[in-house]
Ligand binder design. Sequence first.
Ligand code: ADP
Ligand code: MG
Length: 442
Amino acid sequence: MLDIWDKTVETLRDSVKPYDFAHWIRPIRCSGVDPSTGYMVLNVPDASHGKWLEEHFMQRILDAVSELTDAPLRIRFESEERLSKECVQSAPLPLQTQSSVARPDLVERYRFESFVAGPNSRFALTAAQSAAEQPGNRYNPLFIYGGVGLGKTHLLHAVGHQALAQNPQARVLYVSSETYVNDLIGAIRSGQMDKFRTRYRDECDVLLIDDIQFIAGKDRTQEEFFHMFNTLHSSHKQIVMTCDQMPSSIPDLEERIRSRLQWGLIADIKPPSFETRVAILERKAAEDGINLSKDVAMLLARHITRNVRELEGALMRLDAQAKIFGQAIDLETTRTFLGDVVDSDLRRISPQVIIKAVCETFDVNESMLKGPRRHRHVTQPRQVAMYLIRELTDESLPRIGSLFGGRDHTTVLNALKRIEHLKSANPILRDRIARLAKELSS
Ligand code: ADP
Ligand code: MG
């Protein structure tokens, strides 16, 4: 639930004015869902803050939350006033000695420790760690690219956290390229270009720019970016960028910028494998204290394959709904709650693909598998194929029967029972089936 709130904040960041965001939204802390009322509780600094939010932002917050969860959520603001007064009395805060150092906008959770490495991302991860440990020294600039929801922003923030952990004085600046563009426009309008340049060129040791593709096609931005890049790079300040594609494919990008993006190291992130997806879900569940069994993790990982954000989103929805309805997360509730996700994806694996894979694994030919023979050499693979089709697709029993030479649906049912039995009696067969299911789903 806390995570849903983190994500809501991210959505709101894009949809409200920067001042409103900084002043009204950022101070909000989510303390979870009150189980007795089902209200999501949001802590605000004082009562008037809550009142203002209720009047001006309630609907927007509700909309943003409901994009992330189907659960019928309601929201309550609670004032932290009393709480903070007590804190001050019992433990006066130490004087802020670093108040001049601007804290970058880093998401607390996006750290290297919480990033699950897999073969799809290991190179990018290692490069990012290296850039964070020796800023400006090794891979400069570091350019990370990949599809949506694969952890680029996560890695970028992690570089910032790590750089700060090593050197708390480091001036780390994180911006999305949209923020960069908006800052620039604001600076031009208000005649404060000096301030803009000081911020991005002089007062910055590590510059993290997210989604750099958005500077393409914008002349003035590219001009400014070009000079900033040169200044930072020549003074060995680390630059890390993310992008949805490699530099050579970004359309409408000036050549001189394209070439600079390629000066350092380019690392890509690909969609994670089945095992990595399961590991990500398990990590996420552990972080959030969600009780997630292996089979549910595998069910989700089997059906959500290309986007980690969606994978996490499904887990969050599942958790929110399970909490609200007071149910445990098991295969059945998952199928009910996430029917849309699970069902629509179920149709992607075709029976024919399964039959083919079974034939290869068990070394029988397809006509034998579908034919009348009752020798054990073919009956077992046939039963396995039926079983997997039942598990991985939404074909009905009669349909499955008809795929195997017009067999009766009771024959299919018996096959399923037989395999269920064999799975507990015969570990080798069980492993074989598990491996097949995994291959077919990834
Ligand atoms: P991108 O910027 O590539 O679109 P994000 O960095 O925003 O993707 O990642 C989307 C979500 O998935 C985030 O909540 C992030 O923490 C999570 N995520 C992505 N990859 C991983 C990973 N390898 N390990 C843990 N969490 C991940
Ligand atoms: Mg991103």
